[in-house]
Design a protein around this ligand. Structure first.
Ligand code: ADP
Ligand code: MG
Ligand code: MG
Length: 258
């Protein structure tokens, strides 16, 4: 079992040009273990993506206090690639396009970067794995042979992020609004992909605005984030309550003003 802990995390967004910093996360606490699926819901602009970027190590998001621990060891000083090798994965809200690198090349490089130099994945094994995972996601070889995300529709990009997830097999995956812009069929495919990862060696933090996704990927725990903090934690029923009452309902219940 692996454990990811976020402890009283404060994060500021740094604007290098202006030389300014603004505090976005104001003391986030979260503990998750492999075998568990957690969801974070919350209104726009509350810091959900900031949390995911801070966990992954994007240097634009500066940890000013608190800690992030993987299996008890602080990772806040570690660069992104080391965190990835340690088993963290982030599917981004806005996946990047990379010209000149095909999906297949990218996937092989990403897998091999996580393995010892003398234990690189054999080509046949890689192709077999790719074939198997593409099938789960209703993807074709043609998509994998294209340049990374170039000319992909929003839905294809999200599907491709999930293909990366299934190929790389991280310990913990943070999925930032993988449901945004998906129609119901694409949502089902993406959910099938994530559900295929479920098991004792995999944990996921699913960030979403909408309860809909959580009908397909049923979380063990739901957190509500507002104003840069987690203000409530519960089971899947909390997502349903949010759907029914909106974030305003949670605000009123807790008497918070953010
Ligand atoms: P959410 O994902 O919950 O919608 P975000 O984490 O994206 O929220 O944003 C939280 C706040 O931080 C917003 O006010 C947003 O404008 C600001 N912010 C996030 N990233 C940056 C950035 N790279 N530069 C400047 N401001 C940012
Ligand atoms: Mg947002
Ligand atoms: Mg966001």
């Amino acid at each position: 079992m692996a454990k990811l802990e976020v402890k009283d995390l404060h994060v500021s967004v740094v604007d290098e040009d202006k030389g300014t910093a603004k505090e976005i996360l104001k003391g986030v606490n979260l503990t998750m273990k492999t075998g568990e699926i957690h969801a974070i819901m919350g209104p726009n602009g509350t810091g959900k993506s900031t949390l995911s970027q801070a966990i992954m190590g994007n240097s634009a998001y500066k940890v000013t206090s608190g800690d992030i621990l993987l299996d008890g060891e602080s990772i806040v000083e570690k660069p992104v690639d080391e965190r990835a090798r340690a088993g963290l994965f982030l599917a981004m809200q806005y996946p990047a396009e990379i010209a000149g690198v095909t999906n297949i090349e990218f996937l092989r490089a990403a897998i091999n970067a996580r393995r010892d130099p003398d234990d690189q994945i054999p080509v046949m094994e890689f192709m077999k794995l790719l074939d198997e995972k593409q099938k789960i996601l209703d993807m074709t070889d043609e998509m994998s042979e294209r340049y990374l995300n170039e000319g992909f529709s929003g839905g294809e990009k999200k599907r491709n992020e999930i293909l990366q997830l299934l190929m790389i097999k991280p310990k913990f995956a943070i999925l930032d609004e993988i449901d945004s812009g998906l129609d119901i069929d694409a949502l089902k495919v993406v959910s099938r992909g994530v559900n295929s990862m479920r098991g004792a060696d995999f944990g996921s933090l699913i960030i979403t605005h909408y309860q809909r996704l959580l009908n397909y990927i049923v979380p063990d725990t739901v957190h509500v984030m507002m104003g840069g903090k987690i203000v409530e934690t519960g089971g899947p029923e909390l997502a349903e309550k949010l759907e029914a009452e909106g974030y305003a309902g949670v605000r009123d219940d807790l008497g918070i003003d953010v």
